[in-house]
Design a protein around this ligand. Structure first.
Ligand SMILES: Nc1ncnc2c1ncn2[C@@H]1O[C@H](COP(=O)(O)OP(=O)(O)OP(=O)(O)O)[C@@H](O)[C@H]1O
Length: 214
């Protein structure tokens, strides 16, 4: 379970989030929508612990993220979370297979599922290629394979289908659903796409006054 408790964040004196509270139940697939600039990516970054709130706290299974030291926070992210960022953060000097296998290797697991996940995102047989040989949509799919490969308990996805054509996007959304259902994982997906939001258990709208059910 993930609890957001009165989260506030401002940049340069301008409030982006002001006292936002919400509880996400374990295993729930939630879509967050809202107008550009309202703070959706900021919220995901706070949940991921990649940025700190000015006030308020994020609790993961009852533990305040702020109470963890850097090593413990990194361990929590590495073992329990999967990330799909808007900028894909695919490492240029690693092959696609090595990129996808990274969460497994960092967790001391064998990298057996990397090829299976490349296959699942439509990049089977391209494991030895390097990121520079890929299109934007293909890079996004590598990032998706990497986010799922270690079966995280919580998937955080920022516009995971933003660079994909509608058919490929649909296939990827089905993969996200299938993988999270199989492992009982929760997901928080920021999206402008109504097709993407339609497959979530719950769609929330982020506005200046907080998160609301649609
Ligand atoms: N590091 C930063 N420094 C200064 N301002 C920032 C920073 N990060 C975000 N902002 C500002 O905070 C506001 C919210 O940004 P955020 O990226 O969270 O919006 P968003 O809802 O995800 O938008 P979009 O749908 O366009 O991706 C924006 O006005 C943005 O300019």
């Amino acid at each position: 379970m993930l609890v957001l408790d009165k989260l506030s964040k401002s940049y340069g004196g301008r409030d982006v989030l002001a006292g936002l509270s919400h509880t996400f139940r374990a295993g729930e697939f939630v879509a967050i929508m809202g107008e550009s600039g309202v703070g959706k990516s900021t919220l995901l970054n706070l949940i991921a612990g990649l940025d700190a709130p000015d006030s308020g706290q994020v609790l993961v299974d009852g533990t305040p993220m702020a109470a963890l030291d850097d090593a413990a926070a990194t361990r929590l992210r590495r073992t329990r979370m999967g990330f799909i960022f808007q900028a894909f953060h695919v490492l240029p000097h690693l092959s696609l297979r090595q990129n996808v296998a990274l969460p497994l290797l960092l967790n001391g697991a064998i990298d057996g599922r990397a090829d299976e996940m490349l296959d699942a995102v439509g990049l089977g047989g391209r494991g030895a290629d390097f990121p520079r040989q890929l299109s934007g949509g293909e890079l996004q799919r590598v990032a998706i394979a990497r986010a799922l490969v270690h079966r995280p308990a919580l998937l955080l996805a920022d516009e995971p289908t933003g660079n994909l054509d509608p058919d490929t996007a649909q296939g990827i959304l089905e993969l996200l659903r299938r993988e999270t259902r199989q492992s009982g994982a929760g997901a928080i997906m920021v999206t402008h796409s109504h097709a993407a939001a339609a497959m979530a258990d719950q769609v929330l709208l982020l506005t200046r006054s907080g998160l609301k059910l649609t």
